[in-house]
Write a protein that binds this ligand. Structure first.
Ligand code: C5P
Length: 220
C-alpha cells in the first residue's frame, strides 16, 4: 500500500507519517530530504543558489546514500537548510531529476536498517499529485501560518537554536508562497486527498482519523 501525506511546513506531516509508519510497519520517505540535500550540497560547495545548472548537476548525481550522509550535517534541518531547499525545489529541472529516486522507493520499500517493508508512506508537497498519483490513500495536512510558526519556533528553542517568532512566521509565509506558486508541481491537495487542519484537530485525533481511512481501504 502507498500512502501520501502532503502539506505546508510544520503542519504535522512528519509526526503523522511516523505514527502511521510504526502502526502499519511501513517504510517512510520524507521527500523534503531530497531538496534539503541539494540545497545543503550547494551551500557546502559555495555555489550561488540562483545557479540553476549547478543545482541540476548536484540533483542528477544525488544518491539515496549520499542524501543520508548529508542529513547528519546540523544545517540539513536548520532554518537555513529549509530555506535553501525551498529555493532549489522551485527549479523544474531539479524536480525532474529527483523524481525517479523518489518513485523508485515504492518499488522496493525498506526501513533504515534495510529490512523490507510491506508498504510505504511518503511525505512532502507533491507526493499525492506528482510522485505517486496512483497512491492508495492520500492525505493533505494543513494549519494556519501562525500555528505552524509557533510550532517551529518552539522546536528551535527546544533544540537550543536561537529564534525570533516574527522571523519564523515570515519564513513560513515565504516558503508557503514559493511552494504554492511555483510553476512545476505546486503544493496543492490532490483531488482525491483527505484534508485535515491541525489548527483545530490535534495530531492524535488526526492519526485516529487517518487510521480509520487506511483500515477501511485495507478491507477492500
Ligand atoms: O518538508 P521540508 O521542510 O523538509 O521540505 C523542505 C523544502 O523542500 C520545502 O520548503 C519545499 O519547498 C520543498 N519540497 C518540495 N516538494 C516536496 C517536499 C519538499 O518542493 N515533495
Amino acid at each position: 500500500m502507498i500512502i501520501t501525506i502532503d502539506g505546508p511546513a510544520a503542519a504535522g506531516k512528519g509526526t503523522l507519517a511516523n505514527n502511521l509508519s510504526q502502526k502499519y510497519n511501513y517504510a517512510y520517505f520524507d521527500t523534503g530530504m531530497v531538496y534539503r540535500a541539494v540545497g545543503l550540497e550547494m551551500h557546502l560547495l559555495g555555489k550561488d543558489l540562483a545557479d540553476e545548472n549547478a543545482a541540476l548537476e548536484i540533483a542528477q548525481n544525488l544518491t539515496f546514500e549520499h542524501m543520508h550522509e548529508l542529513a547528519k550535517n546540523p544545517d540539513f534541518r536548520s532554518a537555513l537548510g529549509g530555506k535553501n531547499a525551498s529555493i532549489v525545489s522551485a527549479y523544474p529541472k531539479v524536480r525532474a531529476a529527483l523524481l525517479k529516486m523518489q518513485q523508485d522507493f515504492a518499488l522496493n520499500p525498506v526501513f533504515a536498517d534495510g529490512r523490507p517493508a510491506q508498504g510505504v508512506i511518503y511525505d512532502g508537497r507533491d507526493t499525492g499529485t506528482v510522485v505517486c498519483p496512483h497512491a492508495d490513500v492520500k492525505f493533505f495536512i494543513t494549519a494556519s501560518p501562525e500555528v505552524r510558526a509557533e510550532r517551529r519556533y518552539k522546536e528551535f528553542l527546544q533544540k537550543g537554536i536561537a529564534a525570533d517568532y516574527n522571523e519564523v512566521l515570515a519564513d513560513v509565509k515565504a516558503r508557503d508562497e514559493r511552494d504554492a506558486n511555483r510553476a512545476t508541481a505546486p503544493m496543492k491537495p490532490a483531488e482525491d486527498a483527505i484534508i485535515f487542519d491541525t489548527s483545530t484537530l490535534n495530531i492524535q485525533e488526526v492519526t485516529i482519523k487517518a487510521c480509520e481511512v487506511i483500515d477501511e481501504k485495507q478491507k477492500h
